[in-house]
Design a protein around this ligand. Structure first.
Ligand code: SAH
Length: 202
């Protein structure tokens, strides 16, 4: 997976590659999908949700330029896999999940794999971020939204980086936003296909 799906497509950050190599992805997919755990695509995890394609998890982690000192907010914990990867790369991760059963699944998976020491899974609506531990030096959103939730921009530290898939007509683009000196700019990293970000009172 690391060589064929990640390095050949341009993932270069050694810490990201090492984290993806180390976290046992098969422990985060449903038991019946274990044999498919390393396929080059998303896998259903129940409740109409998926564990993201490995390349997307790696790319999002790489775009955040984590050094090990950051507090990271992940919106959409799902099965907890991306949270585990981010937990290897940052000081602390808060992973918020809207679906209670998935929040429980993420907690269980992280505990069982011994990854929970610096990762807190909270149940809630990530449209509103998670104010108690804000600001966040990095925010990763694992579901696509028509716009960047205002609360996330507020809770992003300065400087800070936020990665999010954004709906644009028929497609989605993965944006990396940078906040610096009170200003925000962004670049499009790639096109992508994520499940929709729900909640937000919509
Ligand atoms: N991070 C996961 C991907 C999960 S898919 C991985 O490691 O592969 C996206 C997740 O976002 C789903 O679990 C979905 O339930 C969750 N989600 C959707 N809208 C949300 C919201 N408003 N707040 C928190 N989680 C949300």
């Amino acid at each position: 997976m690391v060589e064929v799906q990640l390095q050949r497509r341009g993932i270069r950050d050694e810490r990201v590659l090492a984290a993806m190599n180390e976290i046992p992805r098969e422990e985060f997919v449903p038991p019946e999908s274990r044999v498919e755990a390393y396929i080059d695509g998303p896998i259903p995890i129940g409740h109409g949700q998926t564990i993201s394609q490995p390349y997307m998890t790696a790319l999002m982690a790489e775009l955040l330029l984590l050094t090990g000192n950051e507090t990271v907010l992940e919106v959409g914990a799902g099965c907890g896999y991306a949270a585990a990867v981010l937990g290897k790369l940052a000081a602390r991760v808060v992973a918020i999940e809207l679906v209670p059963a998935l929040a429980e699944l993420a907690s269980d998976n992280l505990r069982r794999t011994g990854r929970d020491a610096n990762i807190a899974v909270v149940e809630g609506d990530g449209w509103f971020g998670y104010p108690p531990l804000a600001p966040y030096r990095a925010i990763s959103v694992a579901a696509a939204a028509p716009e960047i939730p205002a609360a996330l921009l507020e809770q992003l530290d300065d400087p800070g980086r936020l990665v999010i898939p954004v709906d644009i007509s028929e497609d989605q683009e993965l944006r990396i936003l940078r906040k610096r000196g009170g200003r925000i700019d962004y670049e499009v990293a790639t096109f992508c296909r994520f499940v929709p970000l729900r909640g937000g009172g919509r």
